[in-house]
Design a protein around this ligand. Structure first.
Ligand code: ADP
Ligand code: MG
Length: 257
């Protein structure tokens, strides 16, 4: 572990509504550098919305997300916050990798082109250099030699590992995972979790939504339980997973364990 005490992610007073439905109610959350935080909670509790606020796929109604000392989606000017212009937002997002439940690979591009697309288009990396790096990343996720395959020729677990390699190709400071194994056949879950554990052991800062309690127990530094848009438990996995204080956390855990 390379964890330090410095929070890489600071979420303060984060609130978000869709219409009249308030989904997040003033969430405070820190993710320290080099640490893995697992976010648990029932369906509809606001986990995806929280994650999407971190890279500004959703814009908060109140509160803010700070990554590495910078407020996401905004910059201070003259004592007030101003929305970032699209290019500045793209640059900011480039430092935050995200892996979704659905792999979202480009079906018409090879594995290699899926991985090199953003580094070339967004960061202006020379194509050859991006390709060399993509091959290293494929090796790292256990898919050496598959660069010329198309997504349809891969299993779900392989596709999700390509999606992880694609996110890593932008050299993110932070990785967000939103139920990365929920769409997979059970026998393919382990290979994706193994890549995530490897990344965690390597010191990547990660915020992970998952129902895989085993992953939380083994890989998380902190487990946070969200219920109806509020953090109701937060602490080391040994505490939160074995002796949750909150009724809803207890009920959820007894259902998934
Ligand atoms: P979770 O990931 O914990 O299942 P979500 O963050 O996806 O929860 O959703 C929380 C609530 O917000 C749900 O009731 C969902 O229907 C609602 N919601 C999420 N996104 C939108 C949206 N874009 N428009 C309207 N309602 C939304
Ligand atoms: Mg969700």
């Amino acid at each position: 572990m390379t964890a330090t005490d410095r929070p890489l992610v600071r979420i303060r007073g984060l609130s978000k509504s869709f219409g009249t439905h308030q989904v997040l109610h003033g969430v405070d959350l820190d993710v320290r550098e080099g640490e893995v935080t697992v976010l648990l909670g029932p369906s509809g509790s606001g986990k995806s919305t929280l994650l999407r606020c971190v890279n500004h796929l959703e814009s908060p109604d109140a509160g803010y997300v700070e990554v590495d000392g910078r407020i996401i989606g905004h910059r201070p000017r003259g004592g007030r916050l101003h929305a970032l212009r699209p290019r500045a937002l793209t640059r900011q997002r480039a430092g935050i990798g995200m892996v979704f439940q659905q792999f979202n690979l480009f079906p018409h591009l090879t594995v290699l082109d899926n991985i090199t697309e953003a580094p070339v288009a967004v960061r202006g990396l020379p194509r050859r250099q991006a390709a060399d790096r993509a091959r290293e990343l494929l090796d790292r996720v256990g898919l050496a030699g598959r660069q010329d395959s198309y997504p349809r020729q891969l299993s779900g677990g392989q596709r999700q590992r390509v999606a992880i390699a694609r996110a890593l190709a932008m050299e993110p400071r932070l990785m967000l995972f939103d139920e990365p194994t929920s769409a997979l056949d059970p026998e393919l879950v382990g290979e994706v979790l193994a890549v995530m554990k490897d990344l965690a052991a390597d010191g990547m800062t990660m915020l992970v939504v998952t129902h895989e309690i085993g992953f939380a127990r083994e890989a998380a530094d902190t487990v946070v339980f969200l219920d109806a848009g509020r953090v109701v438990e937060s602490g080391p996995p040994a505490h939160v997973l074995t002796t949750p204080r909150h009724d809803r956390a207890r009920a959820f855990l007894s259902a998934v364990l």
